[in-house]
Ligand binder design. Structure first.
Ligand code: ADP
Ligand code: MG
Length: 637
């Protein structure tokens, strides 16, 4: 034995041991997916080889066909998966199989524990697919020969417990990798022809290299996206989608386009029924597969579609890109940029059509993917299409899950309306209580209810829909409101004040000004309130309360803008206050009430910094009122 052929023992890294322990000892119902993972690795290795060869790299065994062969021996409980891909040398095997790049396995284990999802839905996503073979194997032997000339062949073997062995082989192997799987007794069915055939057809039918089971080719090997749309059946689309995404469900939408001018490309895109990005956990796991003349150039390319469309899965294939294009220079390639631009507009047009033809289905789409889609407010090139596709909740909707498009909103404009009104809050219930909305209710004007924090970013970035500006309800020009008639059902609760009382009211306003001092810019009688006694409003053209809050979040030094304090003359509390004022202009009760109303207004806006004063004042007033209450009710002790 020469020195190189001595087998060396290595320990697996701790996290791999943990992963193996789970896989070896668990009884997963879908163990068959191990084969999908091995075939997918072979296919990757073949893709990489083809990529090297288009680059003109000098390659070992250049004449070997690119293919995958699967052999089995029922008696020996042996299954072999063989490919003619790039292979691995000793260092690569240690790096790729013995260690895990990224923190793949830790993430995988965590998700498996947390999300309770089926192992087969996620194992391929974390760069740990290979290890799934230990669900069925007693021992695995990998023999591999690198595509680089003069690299010795290597053999790796492991029983899936703590360690593995590697030795260099004297024997001559052809380029590629052979994986021998010595099956466990309870997994011997995976050495049966019928079983293997059905697994390959189910999970690996669209692998773009031929897969031979013994002598027979079992997969379809057609580029479905290149077929004329009219010849492709729904089942084929579904099957391809499942193959591509590992989703067990059918896609909600299929977008199959074939463009010839100005640039040629085919795209087969899918929108999943469900948002599978659990908890935004796998944010990096998106992108479209880019092919050039049926040759895979890049898995999950992230430049073909903007991130806000990252829920779209699929492939794009072009004749007009050079085969030897490198992934690094893709972005600078003008043909590529044009394709990317076109793919984005294809998706947006598709969605626009869906929204128009089938609003219910569109609502389902919106509920699943709307949160990601909303991030598109930065896509200025497609601003119009983007705004058309947005959905909000509005005061004209009955419940918080109902949706309103901007187009709907505008079509319901009152005569003379030129702005799109919106109110912001953390839930529909809270928004509805905003006193600024009272005048809109009175005038039957529709208001968009924004209770997703992203919505405020959207209205501030988009600014306009068609020719109409977005306008926050706390920032609206009240003079303009006179254009709109009050709705008829509105009845006056109080008699108008007589002349003398009007004067007293003006003096009360002056008294309130003194109480609030320079905390407000002015105190005025309100024209907008119906049910609330008072509120704070921004001076004309000021920032909305929400905008200021956001500015304060990003820059602590931003001063909260001073506001106008508005008082509702037709409110019982204010009328009573006027009585108190007439009797004793300096009554302390007035101070208490005004301070309380002011703090409540801040609280409602979400800008009350310190609630201590409010609470102690409130407690004191409650205590006092409890005396009157027991007296009025004549409750004895
Ligand atoms: P992933 O495929 O997500 O990278 P795997 O656990 O399936 O994770 O495989 C780990 C690595 O092992 C692959 O990235 C590849 O480098 C290497 N590998 C596995 N199978 C083969 C093969 N048949 N030929 C060449 N390299 C392989
Ligand atoms: Mg893999």
């Amino acid at each position: 034995m020469s020195k190189e052929t001595v087998a060396h023992k290595y320990e697996f890294k701790a996290e791999i041991k943990q992963l193996l322990d789970i896989l070896v000892h668990s009884l997963y119902t879908s163990r068959e997916i191990f084969l999908r993972e091995l075939i997918s690795n072979s296919s990757d290795a073949l893709d990489k080889l083809r990529f090297e060869s288009t680059k003109g790299t000098d390659i070992l065994d250049k004449e070997l066909p690119l293919e995958i062969r699967i052999d089995f021996d029922e008696k020996k409980k042996l299954l072999t998966v063989k490919d003619t891909g790039i292979g691995m040398n000793r260092d690569e095997i240690i790096l790729n199989i013995g260690t895990i790049a990224k923190s793949g396995s830790a993430e995988f284990i965590k998700q498996l524990a947390e999300s309770k999802t089926e192992i087969n839905n996620i194992i391929g996503k974390f760069g740990v697919g290979f290890y799934s073979v230990f669900m069925v194997a007693e021992e695995v032997v990998i023999k591999s020969k690198s595509f680089r000339k003069d690299e010795p062949a290597v053999e790796w073997r492991s029983k899936g417990s703590g360690d593995y062995e590697i030795e260099e082989l004297d024997e001559k192997l052809p380029r590629g990798t052979i994986i021998e799987i010595h099956l466990k007794e309870d997994a011997k069915e995976f050495a049966e022809k019928y079983k293997l055939e059905s697994i390959i057809k189910k999970h690996s039918n669209f692998i773009s290299f031929p897969i031979y089971l013994e002598k027979e080719k079992v997969n379809t090997v057609s580029a479905l996206w290149r077929e004329p749309k009219s010849t492709v059946k729904k089942e084929q689309y579904d099957e391809f989608y499942k193959f591509l995404t590992y989703d067990t469900d059918e896609p909600a939408d299929v977008i199959h386009v074939s463009i010839d001018a100005p640039i040629q490309f085919n795209a087969l895109l899918f929108i999943p029924k469900k948002n599978t990005d659990f908890f935004g956990f796998n944010r990096e796991d998106y992108g479209l597969d880019l092919y050039v003349r049926r040759v895979l150039i890049q898995h999950k390319n992230k430049e073909l579609l903007s991130e806000y469309l990252s829920f779209v899965k699929g492939v794009v294939d072009s004749e007009d890109l050079p085969l030897n294009i490198s992934r690094e220079t893709l972005q600078e390639n003008s043909v590529f940029s044009k394709i990317a631009g076109n793919v984005t507009s294809q998706v947006l047009s598709y969605l626009a059509k869906k929204a128009k033809d089938d609003p219910e289905k569109y609502a389902e789409f919106w509920n699943q993917h709307g949160r990601v889609f909303k991030l598109g407010y930065m896509d200025f090139a497609n601003a119009d299409k983007y705004s058309q596709l947005l959905r909000f909740n509005s005061s004209f909707n009955e419940k918080d899950s109902d949706l309103t498009s901007l187009e709907d909103y505008v079509s319901r404009f009152k005569e003379g309306q030129k702005e799109i009104y919106y109110a912001f809050g953390s839930s529909r219930e809270l928004v509805k209580q905003d006193p600024h909305l009272e005048i809109f209710k009175r005038k039957s004007l529709e208001v968009l209810y924004l209770f997703d924090p992203l919505d405020e970013f959207i209205v501030n970035a988009v600014r306009k829909f068609k020719d109409y500006d977005f306008k926050s309800v706390d920032n609206v020009d009240l003079k303009g409101m006179d254009t709109f008639k009050d709705s008829e059902t509105q009845e006056k609760k109080f008699e108008d004040l007589n002349k003398t009382d009007e004067k007293h009211f003006d003096s009360l306003i002056d008294r309130i000004k003194k109480i609030l001092g320079d905390r407000v810019t002015d105190v005025k009688e309100s024209k907008r309130l119906v049910d609330s006694p008072a509120c704070l409003v921004s001076p004309d053209d000021g920032f909305s309360a929400q905008m200021l809050k956001m500015m304060k979040m990003t820059n602590k030094d931003v001063q909260m803008q001073k506001k106008i304090f508005e008082v509702n003359k037709d409110h019982k509390l204010v009328r009573n206050l006027l009585k108190v004022f007439k009797a004793n202009a300096n009554d302390e009760y007035i101070t208490d009430v005004v301070e309380q109303l002011y703090d409540s207004a801040l609280l409602q806006e979400g800008t009350l910094d310190d609630p201590h004063n409010l609470i102690s004042r409130l407690n004191r007033m409650l205590e006092e009122s409890s005396d009157w209450y027991t007296e009025i009710k004549k409750y004895k002790k």
